[in-house]
Design a protein around this ligand. Structure first.
Ligand code: NOJ
Length: 983
């Protein structure tokens, strides 16, 4: 019998085939929570939660049945090897689990546990499966790019047969205390316990076992007409274990054949003295993660990571969304540590908080709250990395070293993107472009959703509606603008379509469990999915993007990858069957959460090779992601709704991306489903102007809402938000560069910038922009005209627009007027940030404009900041072709010097640097300028061996404006050293 959800899915497939699917997603249809599993419906999650309950119920008499054999343990050259024995019955039977703990020069430690019998492929697969026998151990080939050089200087000292202590990290201040029986590892910093693996004894690796076919009892159910024989299974062996989902599992009418039987890995990790944990995106909930089993305001479900197409997702929920980064940071006053759980299978994480720290030495001070976590993954090796901080930026840096940092973006891509599903024709695109100009609204990119194709066949154009894509691209190019087109991973399975023919002929599609090309339903109807784990598939994918193959695209065409979880309309939980097979015969179950990243990566690679000799930074937006996706593009938070709650939710979600290593993030501005009222739309643009990725997008059924369609005053309000974004572009680009260099978030939550300001640890609706000192709190409620901003320190704070110094107090909130035409934006004293103040149509047209510097004087009269600039397009910055300045106000001098101490003489000059030679600092605004400058009219400028006099104007301030000074027509070259002397 078909379940209701099955019939719905095939109905949707039918609708989809006839091009009507959009109506299924029409406004007001919220996500069907029941289409996605809860923990008790996911066999391995339930088993591990039950296991935890039993263990916890036994209290101190519980001992995990896992121990290290001392005779087989060794530590040498930064590597600890041992075998963990798992007892599996009362008769002394054990299974061997090889353990490696490695200590890295980067300061991270890695703990990997495999299963010998599977490693040796000494198992039998059921159902004639062609899957691999080992536990998946290739996640690192996708996620890890560095930071794993082993620290051969790590020192070990054995404590008899009970364990070993290993000192590592900076000045050997880190320690791993490995206990043998039961197995556990406690990590310490400066002698204090920070976190412990298997603290509560919940470790569980479901070892391989053959399915014991039970005798079958036959019984007659009834004697009626429909009498049927019922096969009753005898109880499982060993007694007490819940075998019901070991060998197959059915959900929503789909059965997973599980050829390898149960194979989950689970571990508990306790963070001692830490009462906040952050990370593990993607979820729509608060930045400071909630408890999931008991506690105030707790969720009842664990956080789930199983990349899924969850349209119109619910808020304040641990439910899975489109992407997964299994990095969790634990934070308490002055200390941050983290764990990265490198696993690509379906994963659940329970969080509880123990009110009293078991370890009185934890941090030695402060409240003693332990955060206890329980990580449960369906398959794969157990593999995790430990970071001991001590600061949030140390963790971001180390995670960046490990998984890579955000790619230097195409500069245009941090401008504003205008999207909707769909701009219907090339004329439509041209008209929107003209209207944006007519209304003097800056933008950089216009997007084409799936309807531009001929019947959802990617790499084709709907010939009736897009008659001349090149002329469309050329019109955009005239003002430096770009086009982004969507290409999804499902390929229409239809005749006379070369792309599907090639996919099939070269066997590059993901296979079903029988090893044949998997066919499922998505936008085009019957489809197949490219398997980007296969190097040959990437090679082929590259060939499709060449300009002479994907005709109609040109140098200003860039890419959008959607539906790459992957979304399969008629698949289990709207995705692929777990027993599908990928390259290397890995089951989809093993690699699911990495799948989206492999597709994103293939498109990135393809854009690098569109034309021989053309080496430009690709721009590719993805919906699905994993740790490492930051290296190849941007992400957005998927199908949100046009309501205030979703606007509010976007901020913690984007902040969470930032602290989880993938900061190039945004949410659909205006809300995807529905029609925002003008106030909501305006507030959303004001917030969006501070998203690292800033794109307006709308569902096909939503009304047109390009900013120029708004009535006044809203049109002006939105245009001003956009201009604010554009004027701050140099600061955004500098923040991106910093993220690229050291993994730091682009917009930063309070705990990250002020790790000792406890009042800020739960705050996730305000943030700093890079290191500019610009503090933003977008308004996310209807009718709100006053905002409370939390002030994390003792510094001076000024209103961004009026320069007024505000009556702030450390640790208290400040009331800021926020009428609809204004955004609550403050400037923190002590920073200098760059702007470009001439309003223009696009980023490219601002490329060689002069700069304005804003100097925001701190309480002690100093300020410091940076500018990074390069051609915003090529990889020449890797050869040193960039400008990177440090500006400093100290005493009476303001200076600009090379941020890296490079001598200008030795910097190789290409075209971009040559063009920048005449670009200058035009204006300097000194906010909080000392009042004794009031009579000053001029100051001395010294640059390039010459001295000159430049004008200073001091403005005393008025009721609605603070005092400030401007130095006008400075004329010092942006790339040169200079000093301004204010004496
Ligand atoms: C789902 C995406 O989330 C949405 O942004 C897009 O418009 C539709 N797919 C159609 O491509």
């Amino acid at each position: 019998m078909r379940t209701p959800s099955q019939s719905l899915l095939s109905w949707s497939a039918l609708l989809c085939a006839s091009g009507l699917l959009s109506s299924l997603f029409s406004v007001g249809v919220a996500v069907k929570e029941n289409d996605f599993k809860k923990c008790h419906q996911s066999g391995f999650c339930k088993r591990n939660r039950d296991y935890a309950d039993k263990a916890i119920a036994q209290g101190s008499s519980w001992q995990a049945p896992y121990k290290i054999l001392p005779t087989e343990a060794s530590f040498k050259n930064g590597l600890f090897h041992a075998t963990i024995l798992k007892s599996i019955d009362d008769k002394g039977s054990t299974v061997e689990l090889p353990l490696t703990v490695s200590f890295h020069k980067s300061g991270t430690a890695r703990v990997t546990i495999d299963e010998k019998q599977r490693q040796e492929k000494n198992i039998e697969l059921r159902h004639n499966s062609q899957a691999r026998k080992e536990r998946y151990n290739e996640a690192e080939t996708w996620a890890i790019v560095g930071g794993t050089t082993v620290d051969v200087d790590a020192k070990g000292s054995y404590s008899g047969d009970s364990g070993i202590k290993i000192q590592y990290g900076p000045n050997s201040t880190f320690e791993a205390d490995i206990k043998y029986d039961p197995y556990s590892i406690e990590f310490k910093r400066d002698g204090y316990a920070q976190l412990k693996l298997n603290d509560r004894g919940l470790i569980n690796l479901e070892h391989w076992r053959p399915k014991v076919e039970k005798p079958v009892a036959e019984e007659k159910k009834d004697d009626g007409e429909n009498a049927e024989e019922k096969k009753e299974e005898f109880p499982a062996e060993p007694e007490g274990e819940d075998e019901s989902t070991w060998w197959d599992e059915t959900f929503g009418g789909n059965t997973d054949s599980k050829p390898r039987g149960p194979e989950s890995v689970a571990l508990d990790i306790t963070f001692f003295g830490y009462d906040h944990v952050y990370g593990i995106p993607e979820h729509a909930g608060p930045l400071s993660l909630k408890e999931t089993r008991g506690g105030d305001d707790a969720y009842t479900e664990p956080y789930r990571l199983y990349n899924s197409d969850v349209f119109e997702y619910i808020l304040d929920s641990p439910m899975t969304l489109y992407g997964a980064i299994p990095l969790m940071q634990a934070h308490s006053k002055d200390s941050t540590v983290a764990v990265f759980w490198l696993n690509a299978a379906e994963t659940w994480i329970d969080i509880t908080k123990a009110k009293e720290s078991k370890n009185p030495l934890a941090l030695g001070k402060g409240p003693k709250i332990d955060t206890q976590t329980h990580w449960i993954s369906e398959a794969g090796v157990m593999d995790l990395f430990i970071f001991l901080g001590p600061t949030p930026s140390d963790v971001s840096k180390a995670f960046g070293e490990l998984t890579g940092t955000t790619a230097m973006p195409q500069e245009f891509s941090i401008g504003y993107h205008q999207c909707r599903w769909n701009y219907v024709s090339d004329d439509d695109v041209k008209e929107v472009d003209r209207k944006m100009d007519r209304h003097q609204i800056p933008y950089d990119v216009i997007w084409l959703d799936i309807e531009y194709t001929e019947e959802k066949k990617y790499f084709t154009w709907d010939k009736d509606m897009f008659k001349d894509p090149i002329s469309m691209g050329q019109q955009l190019d005239a003002h430096g603008r770009k086009l982004v087109v969507i290409i999804d991973p499902h390929i229409k399975n239809i005749g006379s379509y070369p792309v599907i023919d090639e996919l099939k002929a070269n066997s590059l599609a993901i296979k079903n469990k029988e090893g044949r090309d998997f066919d499922g339903w998505c936008w085009p109807g019957s489809s197949m999915w490219i398997d980007c784990f296969n190097p040959s598939a990437i090679k082929w994918w590259k060939s499709l993007f060449k300009y002479n193959r994907f005709k109609g695209t040109m140098e200003n065409t860039w890419l959008w990858n959607d539906m790459n979880e992957p979304s399969v309309f008629n698949g289990p939980e709207v995705t692929m069957p777990k027993d599908n097979l990928h390259y290397g015969s890995w089951e989809h179950r093993d690699v699911h959460n990495i799948n989206g990243m492999t597709f994103h990566n293939a498109t990135y690679q393809a854009l690098l090779s569109r034309k021989k000799g053309e080496l430009r930074r690709p721009f590719v937006l993805t919906r699905s992601f994993y740790a490492g996706s930051q290296r190849v593009g941007a992400m957005w938070t998927g199908d949100n709704q046009a309501n205030w709650e979703h606007l509010g939710a976007s901020i913690p979600m984007i902040l969470n991306q930032g602290v989880s290593g993938f900061p190039f993030a945004g949410a659909d501005v205006g809300g995807f489903f529905g029609n925002p009222e003008p106030e909501l739309q305006s507030r959303w643009y004001q917030a969006g102007a501070f998203y690292p990725f800033f794109r307006g997008h709308a569902h096909i059924d939503a009304r047109r809402r390009e900013p120029y369609l708004l009535a006044e005053p809203y049109r002006t309000i939105v245009a001003s938000a956009l201009r604010l974004r554009y004027s701050l572009m140099p600061s955004w680009y500098t923040a991106f560069h910093q993220a690229h260099r050291d993994g730091s978030p682009i917009i930063r939550p309070m705990y990250w910038t002020h790790p000792s300001s406890e009042g800020g640890f739960s705050i996730d609706n305000q943030f700093f922009l890079g290191s500019t000192g610009i503090l933003v709190k977008p308004v996310v409620s209807r009718g709100k005209t006053i905002e409370d901003i939390y002030i994390p320190d003792d510094e001076a704070y000024y209103n961004y627009f009026t320069y007024q110094q505000l009556p702030t107090k450390k640790g208290k909130t400040l009331k800021v007027d926020a009428p609809i035409e204004s955004i609550p934006v403050l400037m923190r004293g002590g920073h200098i940030f760059p702007r470009r103040d001439i309003p223009r149509r696009s980023v490219q047209l601002m490329k060689f404009d002069d700069y304005t510097l804003i100097v925001v004087v701190s309480k002690d009269g100093t300020a410091e900041g940076q500018l990074y600039a390069d051609d915003g397009d090529s990889f020449d910055y890797q050869k040193g072709e960039y400008i990177h300045r440090t500006f400093k106000l100290e005493g009476s001098k303001l200076t600009s010097t090379d941020a890296e101490g490079r001598d200008a003489k030795y910097i190789k000059r290409g075209d971009w640097l040559k063009n920048m030679q005449d670009v200058a600092v035009d204006k300097i605004i000194i906010v909080g300028a000392p009042s004794f400058w009031a009579d000053k009219k001029e100051v001395k400028l010294e640059t390039e061996g010459k001295q000159s006099i430049v004008k200073l104007e001091y403005i005393k301030g008025a009721a609605n404006q603070g005092p400030f000074a401007t130095v006008g027509r400075v004329g010092a070259k942006i790339g040169a050293d200079w000093t301004i002397d204010f004496t």
